[in-house]
Ligand binder design. Structure first.
Ligand code: R5P
Length: 267
């Protein structure tokens, strides 16, 4: 792997542990206004010191994020659909590699929709992005987006993850499911999990713990951090699981202590 690619990857996934905490705030690219992201700059400011990288669109990066910051950027470069349509799978590349370079992106993120009507189109988008990334030493993160008709199981997510890696993605982001170790074992590049819809903090910590226990490199988590009433304590708790090897129970106890909640009740 060439030096630039290696260097950028090392900013996202810690080479000493192979682990990462990515903070995802790119939701507006297809859903527009998102609870908790009304003012993205204000939302992420207190969280950035606990995030190894920040995943977002170029619009939010340019307009809301301090250019003097040091957090590596994972730039969302696919889109072109909105929640107003039933089918979100018809994505294209929306950012040139030149603009990603101008924005000093450490990685480019793209969704693929395996099994959808746009499977081929989105996989070709991924291949093209990997070619561009390879040319300039920028890693590609492939998100295995799941259409409404797909089942989020290890067979499907394992298939989509493996295809993404085969086509050249350096990191795969997918969803946690039972038998998650099968996905990780069948994928030759690091796998991170999305957090998904907001759930109880205790459950989100268990999700993070189960994922890394099954071999995930870490999380690329959004709503379960920034939609929490306690986003800073939440990202700290997730970080303790991913980077310090804490159990979800321990992280939960620390979270409850930090947020002044009785653990027994909140559990
Ligand atoms: C979805 O495709 C977006 O890329 C989000 O960044 C991703 O789903 C992670 O965010 P969350 O943890 O809120 O699911």
């Amino acid at each position: 792997m060439d030096w630039g690619m290696q260097n950028r990857l090392a900013g996202i996934i810690k080479p000493e542990s192979g682990r990462c905490v990515m903070l995802a705030v790119d939701h507006g690219y297809f859903q527009g206004p998102t609870t908790g992201l009304e003012k993205p700059g204000e939302t992420v400011a207190p969280l950035l010191r606990y995030a190894d990288s920040l995943m977002l669109t170029r619009g939010v990066l340019r307009n809301c994020i301090d250019a003097a910051g040091r957090t590596p950027i994972v730039l969302r470069v696919s889109g072109g659909t909105s929640v107003l349509k039933d089918d979100l799978s018809s994505e294209d590349l929306t950012v040139s590699v030149e603009d990603a370079i101008r924005l000093n992106a450490s990685a480019m993120a793209i969704s693929v929709f395996v099994g959808s009507d746009n499977e081929k189109k989105t996989l070709k988008n991924l291949s093209r992005l990997c070619d561009d990334g390879q040319k300039y030493g920028i890693p590609t993160l492939a998100v295995t987006a799941v259409g409404k008709q797909m089942v989020r199981d290890a067979r499907y997510l394992g298939l989509a993850s493996r295809i993404a890696a085969e086509l050249g993605a350096q990191i795969v982001k997918t969803y946690y499911c039972d038998d998650f170790d099968k996905i990780v074992n069948g994928c030759p590049v690091p796998v991170v999990i999305a957090g998904g819809k907001k759930i109880e903090e205790r459950d989100a910590l268990k999700l993070a713990f189960d994922a890394v226990s099954a071999g995930a490199a870490g999380v690329d988590m959004g709503r379960n951090i920034f939609q929490s009433r306690w986003p800073v304590q939440m990202i700290q708790a997730v970080r303790s699981i991913v980077h310090e090897g804490q159990s979800d129970a321990h992280a939960w106890d620390a979270f409850c202590a930090a947020t002044d909640q009785p653990t027994a009740v909140a559990r």
